[in-house]
Design a protein around this ligand. Structure first.
Ligand code: TRP
Length: 451
């Protein structure tokens, strides 16, 4: 059996996916997951979303929209493990184990955190103003996402390469400290898809929510059409030759067209096709390709409990990998069960407990001993013996397993051996019941331990 390549990536759930997200990340990821050699883990990084967003409604909406987008886009949940990060309690648990080995100096160098500090310094604020521990520890959580499933390849944008490198660094350190030669964690590699174009937005800059220049993906045909009508073009009139190489409208068209369709539009633009008509062509192309998926999207959004079920199945699949692995890691760092300890230390402890129950001591010229309960409380005090040998012989007899001759006396008791009182209770008890309990405790303390 050949081992498949495990490909893992997370999508932070803070926005609504747009056409640029679809072409740049969603579509290639779904295609990659169809490769027979790929074992894909795709998840909603909703713990990461909390770092950037404190609006519960927006978090919730985005989680649903992103789930529906991937499913509508054709993600096959039977092939892929598709889950919500927050459904996997092993991830925050691993995050803590990794936090305890991650060097603070490493995290000081994280771009996202540094950018926030720089901004504060620039504006004369305290360097840490508005910076949460979430932002600071962001790369450790991401390392846990990746290392938990021993991903080989992590498709990410360029801004995330550093985080994948940090995951390697932290994972390596854990391997070194606790692996004893065993490599717990696979070293992940960032996968940057060079061939995937970043789509231009309406104004020609990179399509991004922060530039407010996006084309909506599945919202509605009308909204897509409206956005397309706002694509900025030059002012050449219909009939004038257009330069396709200088038109981001054409670039958008290229990203979805076949080679033949692309050449056709190129030719027509050169021959003076009007921009209005070109926009119409783009809309037809996109609507043709995405119309059905849009239908599926709205169906999914209208049946959230179906999505909930799918994601819980995904979580179950993911946890079937995560839980046993985390158990191993807990074991490695010393978070272990108290039972099933190695046999040797237990035997040693038994012996120690036994010897601690009888305490011999000297008092003036005589020898005496005490018997202590397992918790250390005194039960019995011997009479005075003229020599240590005699005291030792009495102890031995009391511990031999023979029936003890214990005689009560009011709320205390005495122990007799060969017609001689050899010891008395250490205490006078409050009542008969407590005295009898004391006698019982003495019997237990003197019972020989079986080996
Ligand atoms: N930080 C990533 C982003 O903003 C999302 C993410 C979270 C991720 N955990 C991940 C990506 C693990 C890849 C692997 O794009």
């Amino acid at each position: 059996m050949t081992t498949r390549t495990r490909i893992l990536t997370g999508i932070t759930t803070t926005g609504t996916p747009h056409l640029g997200n679809y072409a740049g990340a969603i579509r290639p990821a779904i295609l990659a997951s169809e490769d027979a050699n790929a074992d894909s883990f795709y998840f909603l990084a909703d713990y990461h979303a909390l770092i950037k967003c404190d609006d519960p409604q927006r978090i919730q909406r985005s989680r649903m929209e992103i789930a529906a987008t991937w499913l509508a886009g054709g993600l096959d949940v039977n092939r892929v493990t598709f889950y919500r990060q927050s459904d996997i309690p092993e991830i925050p648990e691993l995050t803590w184990l990794l936090t305890c080995v991650a060097a603070k100096g490493l995290l000081n160098r994280a771009h996202a955190y540094k950018a926030s500090v720089d901004k504060n310094v620039e504006t004369g604020e305290d360097p840490d103003a508005g910076i949460t521990m979430g932002l600071y520890s962001y790369p450790v959580l991401m390392a846990a996402d990746i290392l938990m499933f021993n991903a080989h390849k992590v498709p990410v944008g360029r801004d995330q390469i550093q985080h994948v490198e940090m995951a390697r660094d932290i994972g390596q350190r854990f391997n070194h400290l606790f692996g004893k030669g065993k490599e717990f964690f696979t070293m992940p590699e960032a996968l940057i898809e060079e061939s995937v174009a970043t789509l231009p937005g309406l104004d020609g800059r990179k399509m991004s929510k922060s530039y407010d220049n996006t084309i909506p993906l599945f919202t509605s045909a009308k909204e897509m059409k409206d956005a397309i009508s706002r694509i900025v073009t030059d002012s050449r009139a219909p009939g004038e030759a257009k330069d396709p190489g200088n038109s981001h409208l054409f670039t958008l068209y290229q990203a979805f067209a076949t080679k033949a369709q692309e050449e056709e539009l190129r030719g027509e633009l050169l021959q003076g096709l009007g921009w209005g008509e070109a926009k119409n062509r783009l809309f037809q192309l996109l609507d043709g390709q995405l119309g059905e998926a849009r239908e599926r999207y709205h169906q999914l959004m209208s049946r959230p409990s179906d999505m909930e079920d799918l994601l819980l199945v995904g979580a179950k699949k993911a946890r079937a990998v995560a839980a046993p692995f985390l158990a191993e890691l807990r074991e490695a760092v010393g978070l272990r069960s108290f039972v099933n300890q190695a046999a040797a230390p237990v035997a040693a402890k038994k012996k120690a407990a036994k010897s601690s129950r009888v305490l011999s001591f000297r008092e003036g010229n005589s020898f005496r001993f005490r018997v202590l309960a397992a918790d250390g409380s005194p039960l019995l005090l011997s009479s005075e013996f003229a020599d240590g040998k005699k005291a030792g012989a009495v102890i031995k007899q009391l511990q031999s397993g023979q029936t003890l001759d214990i005689r009560t006396e009011a709320y205390g008791f005495n122990v007799w051996l060969d017609g001689e009182c050899v010891a008395e209770s250490s205490a006078i008890y409050a009542d008969a019941a407590q005295r009898d309990a004391g006698i019982e405790a003495l019997r237990v303390a003197l019972t020989p331990l079986e080996d």
